[in-house]
Structures are given as structure tokens and as C-alpha cells.
Design a protein around this ligand. Structure first.
Ligand code: SF4
Length: 344
């Protein structure tokens, strides 16, 4: 398809891309074929459409900033093939039990002072036990009291646990689908795709916002990426945050030799996510250390508008804060103020 195939509709409320119409409103009835058509657009057409959609809802020069702290690291019983925290793989990471409340509060204060508006607590659990949930609820209250939005990623939730987290003031719960339904069994065997969807529906039912995305570069095909984005975009409500991770192949994990994903394909995936879920924040997450400034700029142009800030992402390296500030300055990007949601 050439650029001429993109036409503005009668009002600036839609774009026509071949036989796919892209509008400003969120929709949940995308077909696999429509997602595939978007993925296969010429790159410039796709980027134009993604920018157009992005500007319907967001200031294109604002980026939301989150900081993630691993409050309990390693010794996880799950077998996620990409994860150095699984107890099944020899990866040499330093495990620790749940951090003390004071340590978490201090880290959150530092993150706030460095410009983060959201603080995420990550714990390597299959799911939290009642006592652990109580301790994490205390952390959520303390972080909230600092004026930060709160997010947690604690694994699968049982009945009543989402409500307990919501009562503590948790704003977001992160639970990634990671992969398409078809590719997922090659990555995780200890919990099913439907287990994941069940936790997501518990989070929604408790009134919290959802952070849910996936990982690229694990050996999946383009079709698997199409299916993953289709799954996310046809949830009853789009996740408010959609992290798009690039695999960090960690020695000792089953995916240590995985092939990764081409940078243009990564940017393409960000652009399609932006179009499919126009009101969501699309986040550049793990793997950003491997990106050049030019690739990050391309991803922002493709509609990414959230990053993790700080030098660690759970156990993985992240670009240092000075490098991020320098990049923001070069690109004329600003930090999104807290609670600034989609514009429409
Ligand atoms: S991704 Fe989470 S659930 Fe999976 S092994 Fe790592 S810490 Fe455990």
C-alpha cells in the first residue's frame, strides 16, 4: 500500500488504511485479519497512523514515568523461560525475602524526587500468601502517602486478594500475558493462559487499573505478535498500561540463546499497539538498554508514551536516569504529570 492509500475521513475522526478504518475511539472488536493488515502496512503509513491516533488522546511530547522496585527477589517456583528469578534456573541472581517497609518507603521517596509519578512493587511469587499480602498492603499505603500512584506485580491473585489490594489504595496491578495464547506454552508451563486472564478479571472486578503487555524476541513469529496484540485489544477493557518488553536473554535461562527481535519490528509492534489501544499508555519496558537513542525516538514517534525510569528493572539493567534526561532533552519530551490521563 502506498501513502496515497491513507486518506483523512470526512471529519478528522478516522483514517482509512486499505480496508481497515482507524478511529480515535477505543474499540474491542478488532479481528485478527485487521491487526495483521496494520502490521503489514508500509512503515511510514503505519507510523503516520500511529501518530495520528496518539495525538487524538495524548500530548505527543509527554511521557509517563514509572519506577519499579523488586521488593522480593528470586526463588520463584514458576518456570517462565525468560526469567532469571525462577528457582529452576541457575542464573546467579541474589535472592532476598520481602524488603522492610522503611527500605521500600525510602526507595519510593527517592523515585518521586527523581521525577517518577508511579511506583511499582514487584515480588517474585506464584501468588502472595495472606501474610505477604498484608505486608505489601502496608507498603502500598506508605507509597501512596508520598503522593505517588501505586502499582504491584505479585503473580496470580486468589479470591478476595484484589479487593484487599484495592482497599490498601493500589491503583494498578501488573500481570502480563507475555505471549500469544498459541506461543505461551513454549514459555510457561506452571500456569495457564486462562489463569492469567482470570487474575486480570479479578483486578478489574476490584476496580483497579490494569497493566498488561508482553515480551518480544522470545522466538515468536510475526503471527504470534499479531495474536498477542489482538488478545490485549479485545479484552473487555483495554489495559490502561501496555508494557512492550524486549527479551533480555539471561544466561542460565532456557531463552539465553533466543534470537531477539529486530528494532524496526519492535517499533512496528509499538505502533500497532498504539492504534489498537488508543487511550492506553504504551510503555517501553525491559530491554531498553539495548536500544539506541534513535530507536527509542522512533518508538516514541510510534506512540510509546511511558517508560520505566531508574537503573534497575527487577533484576535487569535499565538506562541510567541521566541518560534518560539527556534523551528527553534532545527530543523535547516532558514528564507527564500525575493523573494526566488520555485527553479524550
Ligand atoms: S516472571 Fe514472575 S512468575 Fe515468572 S518466574 Fe519470574 S518472578 Fe516468577
Amino acid at each position: 500500500m502506498s501513502t496515497e492509500a491513507i486518506e483523512l475521513g470526512p471529519s478528522p475522526a478516522r483514517l482509512t488504511l486499505g480496508h481497515v478504518t482507524v478511529g480515535a475511539c477505543a474499540r474491542h472488536d478488532w479481528t485478527i485479519e485487521q491487526v495483521r493488515v496494520l502490521f503489514e502496512l508500509p512503515f511510514n503509513d503505519l507510523l503516520y497512523a500511529a501518530q495520528w491516533v496518539h495525538r487524538q488522546h495524548f500530548d505527543p511530547n509527554e511521557v509517563q514515568i514509572s519506577t519499579l522496585l523488586s521488593v522480593k527477589t528470586g526463588a520463584c517456583p514458576e518456570d517462565c523461560a525468560y526469567c532469571p528469578q525462577s528457582i529452576r534456573y541457575e542464573t546467579g541472581i541474589e535472592s532476598h525475602e520481602l524488603l522492610a517497609l522503611d527500605a521500600v518507603t525510602e526507595a519510593a521517596r527517592n523515585a518521586r524526587d527523581a521525577g517518577a509519578t508511579r511506583f511499582c512493587l514487584g515480588a517474585a511469587y506464584r501468588g502472595p500468601k495472606p501474610k505477604q499480602l498484608e505486608q505489601i498492603a502496608a507498603m502500598i499505603r506508605a507509597v501512596k502517602a508520598l503522593g505517588l500512584e501505586t502499582c504491584a506485580t505479585l503473580g496470580m491473585l486468589k479470591d478476595g486478594q484484589a479487593e484487599a489490594l484495592a482497599d490498601a489504595g493500589l491503583d494498578y496491578y501488573n500481570h502480563n500475558l507475555d505471549a500469544s495464547r498459541e506461543f505461551y506454552p513454549q514459555i510457561i508451563s506452571t500456569r495457564s493462559y486462562d489463569d492469567r486472564l482470570d487474575t486480570l478479571s479479578k483486578v478489574r472486578a476490584a476496580g483497579m487499573k490494569v497493566c498488561c503487555g508482553g515480551i518480544l524476541g522470545m522466538g515468536e513469529t510475526r503471527d504470534n505478535r499479531v495474536e498477542l496484540l489482538h488478545e490485549l485489544a479485545t479484552l473487555p477493557a483495554h489495559p490502561e498500561s501496555v508494557p512492550v518488553n524486549q527479551l533480555i536473554p539471561v544466561p542460565g535461562t532456557p531463552l539465553e540463546g533466543a534470537g531477539g527481535v529486530d528494532g524496526l519490528e519492535f517499533a512496528r509492534t509499538v505502533a500497532v499497539a498504539r492504534i489498537l489501544m488508543p487511550r492506553s499508555h504504551v510503555r517501553l519496558s525491559a530491554g531498553r538498554t539495548e536500544f539506541s537513542d534513535a530507536l527509542q525516538a522512533l518508538c516514541f514517534a510510534a506512540g510509546a508514551n511511558s517508560i520505566f525510569y531508574g537503573e534497575k528493572l527487577l533484576t535487569a539493567d535499565n538506562p541510567d536516569s541521566d541518560a534518560d534526561q539527556a534523551l528527553f532533552s534532545r527530543l523535547g519530551l516532558r514528564r507527564e504529570e500525575r493523573d494526566r490521563g488520555p485527553g479524550v
